[in-house]
Design a binder for this molecule. Structure first.
Ligand code: CP3
Length: 340
């Protein structure tokens, strides 16, 4: 690997500067991506390895980030499990048949992942080839809880009230669904690693909607199962948005790094996670709308606060579609200029 910064930071080794990449960097804000978006619908982009590869490489070539993340979506795992998922303009993910009762749950399958998700593994192989070991490739999956949110609610939501009601009223069914998702995710990630993913990130985007106690019941045990199943393969990064309350447990889980959002200070994150584990984050994505000199100053302050070692510079959540390209580039450049 020519650029080892991410892998070193994940091992806790000292680096001359921290690595940098941006969540959701492979899409959303880049003009070349917008052009492809006009021509091909969302799942066509995901299912066509040539397109997924092209989109994955855009931020490597144009932004100079230290890692690639494969272009795909967390929801492809639900599709493979026989749950229909559409991407609707102005709505986002839309699931016409949410899983709200036992008969719907019985229709949820444990798929042969090579058969149903082979296009993802093909995209990973193709991307690895095109990357020529310039930077490591991150594969990812949604946390079982976050996927349940979509499977039960049927679409995005501020509070995922129907998904939470299902868990609290039908905990046995909820756990059956969570376990099915977990089992599928483990097979999926093992195949992704076999295809060439160098690192895995787990996205628990809606973990912070649960109370600390409910998180221990409906999210964390399933993430821990996935971490355990991948132990001895590649480093795993766990990003739980709003999950500062679980950092202590996460710090002991065997994960290589923990993602932090911008509502948690570097100091608190270090303290809560036990001070040893690598942390990733946590620039407020909206802060990329600040004037460029301000972005650069704040990035330097952020690195000083986390420390240059055991740290991966990132946003505290995905990059927003309205971020000017030169502002995203300034974020990356500020990290590269660090210490010089
Ligand atoms: O860096 C990357 O962009 C890699 C690919 C990637 C996508 N989705 C592509 C995508 C990744 C890592 C994801 C993860 C994802 N998807 C998460 C977890 C991370 C997070 O942001 O919290 C979640 C919750 C989803 C579910 C999802 N997919 C939503 C809510 C939406 C609609 C709105 C949006 O843009 O986030 C999607 C669609 C989606 N996934 C798009 C892209 C580029 C936009 C739709 C399009 O391009 O047509």
């Amino acid at each position: 690997m020519k650029n080892e910064l991410l892998l070193k930071a994940l091992k806790g080794e000292s680096v001359e500067r921290p690595p940098v990449w941006m969540m959701r960097q492979a899409g959303r804000y880049l003009p070349d991506f917008m052009k492809l978006k006009e021509k091909y619908d969302f799942f066509t982009r995901c299912q066509t390895p040539e397109l997924a590869t092209e989109i994955t490489l855009m931020p490597i070539d144009q932004m100079g980030v230290d890692a690639a993340i494969i272009f795909s979506d967390i929801l492809v795992v639900l599709q493979a499990m026989n749950i229909e998922v559409e991407m609707r303009d102005g709505i986002g993910p839309y699931l016409p048949h949410p899983i709200t009762n036992q008969s719907a749950l019985n229709q949820v399958l444990l798929p042969d992942v090579d058969d149903r998700l082979g296009y993802v593994f093909e995209a990973v192989r193709m991307t690895k080839k095109e990357l020529h070991d310039r930077v490591p490739l991150i594969g990812f999956a949604g946390a079982p809880w976050t996927l349940l949110c979509y499977a039960v609610q049927g679409q995005g939501s501020k509070n995922f009230d129907r998904a939470k009601a299902f868990c609290f009223q039908e905990p046995e069914m909820a756990k059956e669904l969570l376990q099915k998702i977990t089992t599928t995710t483990i097979a999926y990630l093992r195949a992704k690693i076999k295809a060439g993913a160098d690192v895995i990130q787990l996205f628990d985007s809606w973990g912070g909607l649960l109370s600390p106690t409910d998180y221990q019941e409906f999210s964390w045990p399933y993430l821990q199962q996935i971490i355990d199943a991948l132990s001895g393969t590649v480093p795993v990064i766990v990003f739980g948005k709003g999950c500062w309350f679980a950092l202590q447990e996460m710090g002991k889980s065997g994960a290589s790094a923990l993602g932090i959002d911008w509502t948690c200070s570097a100091r608190n994150a270090r303290y809560l996670s036990g001070g040893q584990i690598t942390l990733q984050g946590n620039f407020d994505p909206s802060r990329l709308l600040s004037p460029i000199p301000e972005i650069k100053t704040q990035v330097k302050q952020m690195i000083n606060a986390f420390g240059k070692d055991r740290y991966i510079v990132n946003l505290g959540h995905g990059i927003l579609p309205n971020i000017p390209v030169d502002h995203a580039k300034a974020f990356v450049d500020a990290v590269k200029e660090y210490g010089s």
